[in-house]
Write a protein that binds this ligand. Structure first.
Ligand SMILES: Cc1ncc(COP(=O)(O)O)c(C=O)c1O
Length: 303
């Protein structure tokens, strides 16, 4: 399998003694937020495979889609620029008067940004991206299209490889935020690393279980150990956070100097604490810090 080297790997695995006290289990943090600065977070592991494919196909640019503050879109745009490719992003929402967070970086990178309504995004994002691909093709340029979250079979390879980084650490459980399913699928389809618990941040547990099975079938693999998905920690909705999520974000910062975010990792930490309190998790736990800190910007009022 061809891959590029875009991330600083392996990422550190660090003890978190003061966060462990708050959670009630022995927590270690897998620092996938440290895969890099601009392309930081979990998406870069997927992009190493996806963009190798884009280059092999002779792409001039790379397109993908996500929310207004999508980490995946920002990481894709950074990686594209680093490889000399032009990024095109389809973002769900309206252009704000002044961009911040990930959208500020998308703007700085001079990505070709197209905004669309949530309804158009839900019903036609694939067709909209295909339209841009056809427009580029008419101009003699090849646009490589990456699906939402980079969560196709090729993207999963990045997290199959990531699982191998912790295979000898004897964890009882792993906890990871789930937005489009590729990170969870990769962790589950690599070697047996202990129970993997996915914390859904948008769709239902059923949706993500089906997605993992679909990706497994595509890859010709099957889950190696125990795993499950919980949709008890979506809170007020995708990217929306209420007090338990903000509390988890504050505790991670004050106790360990870790920056979590309100859409993904803050919910995963809230979920971890609740799962331990309910007796469903305990012992030695690996918290996958999948990045997302740029999503904190613009949320100061809530914090
Ligand atoms: C910071 C962060 N954590 C976790 C995830 C979830 O990863 P996946 O889309 O592979 O489920 C995402 C993206 O959706 C993310 O941006």
């Amino acid at each position: 399998m061809d891959k590029l080297s875009l991330a600083r790997l392996p990422t550190p695995l660090e003890p978190a003694p003061r966060l462990s006290e708050w959670v009630g289990a022995e927590v270690w943090v897998k620092r996938d937020d440290l895969t890099g600065l601009g392309i930081s977070g979990n998406k870069v592991r997927k992009l190493e495979y996806l963009l190798a494919d884009a280059q092999a196909q002779g792409a001039d640019g790379v397109a993908t889609c996500g929310g207004l503050q999508s980490n995946h879109c920002r990481a894709t745009a950074v990686a594209a620029r680093r490889l000399g490719l032009d990024p095109l992003l389809l973002l769900r929402g309206e252009a704000p008067a002044e961009p911040d967070g990930n959208l500020l970086l998308d703007t700085l990178l001079d990505a070709e940004v197209h905004f669309c309504t949530p309804e158009a995004y839900a019903s036609s994002r694939g067709a909209l991206l295909e339209g841009h691909r056809a427009r580029w093709a008419a101009e003699g340029r090849h646009l490589y299209v990456i699906p939402e979250g980079g969560s196709n079979a090729l993207g999963c390879e990045g997290y199959i490889a990531a699982a191998a980084e912790v295979a000898n650490e004897a964890f009882d459980h792993h906890i990871v935020a789930v937005g489009s399913g590729g990170t969870l699928a990769g962790l589950v389809l690599g070697p047996d690393i202990g129970e993997v618990v996915g914390i859904a941040v948008c769709d239902s547990a059923r949706f993500f279980v089906d997605k993992v099975h679909a990706l497994a079938a595509e890859l010709g693999r099957s889950p190696q150990g125990a795993w499950r998905v919980s949709d008890d920690y979506i809170g007020p909705g995708y990217s929306l956070a209420h007090e338990p999520v903000w509390q988890a974000i504050r505790e991670a910062a004050r106790r360990e100097g870790l920056f979590l975010d309100p859409a993904y990792t803050g919910k995963a930490l809230w979920g971890l604490r609740e799962e331990v309190a309910a007796g469903r998790m305990g012992g030695r736990v690996c918290f996958w810090h999948t990045g997302g800190a740029f999503g904190l910007f613009g949320r100061g009022g809530e914090l």
